[in-house]
Write a protein that binds this ligand. Structure first.
Ligand code: RIB
Ligand code: CA
Length: 310
């Protein structure tokens, strides 16, 4: 089987953690690096969390490189009320021994792009990708594909207009969507169909592995947050949909669209205007429309179950 060579650009983040652990356990993917960005929590914590997750997975071959600490414009506003103060549900962790690359994430991305075909899975704010395009514009023709979790066509989750990853850095998102590289976008319209529930948390706990126990423990406060925000404990697995798109090609129905990012707007800054009119799309961007949650959950359970029990 031809494996897809992947870098995950991420702001872990509880849902990032599940996405990363699923990706690292998926034979379809060759995850060569995690590049971190400020988002759910600050860069120091998203980077420590990426190192924690690589260590937990046992995949010490995966490079971790830190990227941008602040959005291109404006100030960083984090979401620790959603993901916990440390970004992973505030569990007890040993200090990770996984090393941090000396190079900036953008330099690591550029080197990896130059070597061989690369797919970028972007599940945090798009600041690193925008800086990459700024410094090395040729990458837009060399990157195989960019799969992004972000945006919404119906309602945001930070404001009624804007989803967090886009809202955190709209200028970066605008630059990323203007580039020539092929993008598949997983907006809230899709991710709200992808849910874990208490039975899935029980399943993870009963796996008997460190990964299973820690995933269940990270997801518990995240479920409580969902209960508080949405009135039910079902957990929206936003970031895992971007990984699912790569490990189950075709499982997510998609449609060619064009996407415009609002950077102005008193009430709409960070909105993604998704245009579905056939006469106005150029085929470069596709948006995820629907998935079967039973199949989604079964695949994530199956991959998380492959981690060893002590
Ligand atoms: O809106 C959901 C997205 O914002 C997810 O990537 C979550 O981790 C946060 O980064
Ligand atoms: Ca994220």
């Amino acid at each position: 089987m031809a494996r897809t060579r992947v870098v995950i650009d991420t702001d872990p983040g509880v849902d990032d953690a599940i996405a990363i652990l699923v990706a690292l356990a998926s034979p379809e993917l060759d995850v060569v690096a995690l590049t971190t960005v400020a988002g759910n929590v600050d860069l120091e914590r998203t980077t420590r969390n990426a190192r924690r997750l690589v260590e937990l997975s046992g995949r010490s071959d995966v490079v971790v490189a830190a990227g941008c600490a602040a959005p291109l414009a404006g100030v960083a506003v984090h979401a620790s009320e959603v993901h916990g103060n440390d970004g992973l549900g505030d569990l007890e962790w040993d200090e990770p021994s996984v090393p941090l690359a000396k190079e900036h994430a953008v330099e690591v991305l550029r080197s990896l792009i130059e070597e061989e075909p690369l797919t970028i899975v972007a599940i945090g704010p798009l600041t690193n990708l925008a800086l990459l395009l700024e410094l090395y514009p040729d990458v837009e023709r060399r990157v195989e594909r960019v799969v992004i979790m972000g945006g919404a066509s119906f309602e945001g989750n930070v404001t009624p207009a804007a989803e967090f990853n886009i809202w955190f850095d709209p200028e970066a998102a605008e630059r990323v969507f203007a580039a020539a590289w092929p993008i598949t976008l997983m907006p809230l319209d899709l991710t709200h169909q992808a849910m874990f529930n208490d039975a899935d948390l029980a399943y993870l706990r009963e796996l008997g592995s460190d990964v299973g126990r820690r995933c269940a423990a990270m997801l518990e406060p995240y479920a409580a947050h969902h209960d508080q925000w949405y009135g039910q404990r079902d957990i929206i697995m936003h970031d895992a949909t971007a990984v699912y798109e790569l490990i189950e090609p075709g499982a997510i129905t998609t449609q060619a669209v064009s996407v415009t990012v609002e950077t102005g707007g008193q009430y709409s800054r960070g909105a993604t205007w998704i245009n579905r009119r056939r006469s106005q799309v150029d085929g470069r961007v596709r948006v995820g429309l629907s998935l079967d949650n039973e199949l989604f959950v079964a695949r994530l359970r199956e991959r998380l179950a492959t981690y060893p029990t002590p």
